[in-house]
Ligand binder design. Structure first.
Ligand code: 5GP
Ligand code: ZN
Length: 202
């Protein structure tokens, strides 16, 4: 298949779940208690600030856009140049986003991050996804943060996070086997055949 055809196909795939706009009065989240899960999703889409930005109904300082994605400055940045890459289709989290759309978002990272780093005089950045409430997600339209970093910027350092050295014990083996088993349920995931896990080097 031609590259252009493949691109077209991925654009069509990313629009398979079109944005649903409820033209009547907006329904607040608390009104959703009696709704089914799919109805709730519909209301959240109609209410979604990032969908509003895509439609041009809410302002944003756009850095980049194409058929599949949009990138704009975060309105409450962690550092200058902090920006968000979002898909045009509404998917509430990264795990709910089709792989082709994730690929499209990720493929923009090198291009956009280089420009952001040049413009902000930084040579480092963090890529961040908050997936789910417990991970700190507050906007339920999937997005990737690009956060430019500088020396002594007083943000987090990877080594400053509390770590617990991985013990190569039965518990770790059980965890690995359980995850591999879960992966084997994912259709088309070739690399997940359960060969059983042994400790490397043991
Ligand atoms: P999350 O925690 O969901 O990963 O982060 C959502 C991000 O979206 C936050 O960094 C927040 O500052 C940003 N944000 C929320 N609402 C708006 C908005 O209306 N415009 C822009 N540009 N950014 C927003
Ligand atoms: Zn949305």
């Amino acid at each position: 298949m031609e590259a252009a055809q493949r691109r077209r196909l991925s654009v069509i795939a990313s629009h398979l779940r079109p944005i649903t706009i409820t033209p009547t009065s907006p329904i607040s989240r608390s009104d959703c208690n009696s709704c089914s899960d799919s109805e709730k999703q519909c209301h959240l889409e109609a209410d979604c600030i990032f969908c509003k930005i895509i439609r041009g109904d809410a302002p944003a300082l756009k850095l980049y856009e194409d058929d599949e994605c949009l990138c704009f400055l975060d309105n409450n940045p962690v550092s200058p140049g902090h920006c968000l890459i979002i898909p045009r289709g509404h998917f509430p989290s990264l795990v709910a986003t089709p792989p082709s759309v994730v690929a499209s978002m990720c493929s923009k990272v090198p291009y956009i991050s280089k420009a952001v780093m040049k413009a902000t005089g930084s040579d480092s950045f963090n890529l961040l996804v908050n997936n789910g409430v417990d991970a700190g997600q507050v906007i339920f339209h999937t997005h990737i943060h690009i956060i430019p970093r500088r020396a002594q910027d007083c943000l987090w350092a990877s080594e400053s996070l509390k770590r617990h050295p991985l013990k190569l014990d039965q518990e770790a083996l059980h965890l690995v086997n359980t995850i591999r088993q879960q992966l084997s349920f994912v259709e088309g995931f070739e690399d997940s055949k359960d060969h059983g896990t042994t400790l490397i080097g043991s």
